[in-house]
Design a protein around this ligand. Structure first.
Ligand code: AKG
Ligand code: FE2
Length: 209
């Protein structure tokens, strides 16, 4: 008998009620669970996060050697904790149904026209050693309306999520069936007009901070 694997994102109904905001569940799919969410952050919060990031952006680094790579041409920064980031991280943790201390913090991404993040996995695929505290889930928030392009796409799922200010996409990849995890391959399509601002929270299985 095929037993359906459990999701941590076990919200029922059309909305998620957090301490300070009602989040809309716009769409979801299973195996892997992917959910499109609305009303995650207010316009003011989006603008505050962009404002806090503007002077901190660095060319994104990826991988354990932290090399600049064509995989990710965007700029990014981890925001230090303050009142705004703490409030939003707490909300993101409630949406993701995990303790906030399991989150890596809020990672802000900026894509200028032509920039992209090629298809990748958010989980670590160490072949030589077991990962002690693996990543299990991701929530990407869109902080502005992108004129054209900049979708988050999942090539194995034939799914592409358009970036709209205040909305987000959740997905998880801790399934015991590796094939399900591999379906979370995703990327940020090139921005073809305008720019894109996004905030990512990656969550670990155990406490991280
Ligand atoms: O920018 C996006 O749409 C995707 C971002 C992403 O994949 C990540 O931050 O891990
Ligand atoms: Fe990612």
């Amino acid at each position: 008998m095929q037993v359906k694997e459990a999701s941590i994102f076990d919200h029922m109904g059309n909305k998620i009620i957090t301490d300070d905001r009602e989040i809309a569940i716009i769409a979801k799919m299973e195996d892997p669970k992917i959910a499109i969410l609305g009303n995650v952050v207010s316009d003011e919060e989006c603008e505050a996060l962009i404002g806090l990031s503007k002077d901190r952006m660095n060319r994104s680094k990826i991988g354990s050697r932290h090399e600049v790579n064509d995989m990710r041409t965007s700029s990014s920064t981890f925001l230090p904790e303050n009142e705004v980031t703490a409030r939003i991280e707490k909300r993101m943790a409630q949406i993701m149904n995990v303790p906030v201390t399991h989150g890596e913090g809020m990672h802000i991404l900026n894509y200028q026209q032509g920039q992209e993040y090629k298809a990748h996995y958010d989980y670590f695929r160490a072949k030589t050693r077991v990962v002690n505290n693996p990543r299990i889930s991701t929530l990407v928030l869109y902080l502005n309306d992108v004129e054209e392009g900049g979708e988050t796409y999942f090539p194995h799922m034939n799914l592409s999520v358009s970036p709209h200010k205040g909305m987000g996409v959740y997905f998880e990849y801790f399934y015991s069936d590796p094939e399900i995890n591999e379906r979370t391959l995703h990327g940020g399509s090139p921005v073809t007009a305008g720019e894109k601002w996004a905030a990512t929270m990656w969550v670990r299985r155990k406490q991280y901070r």
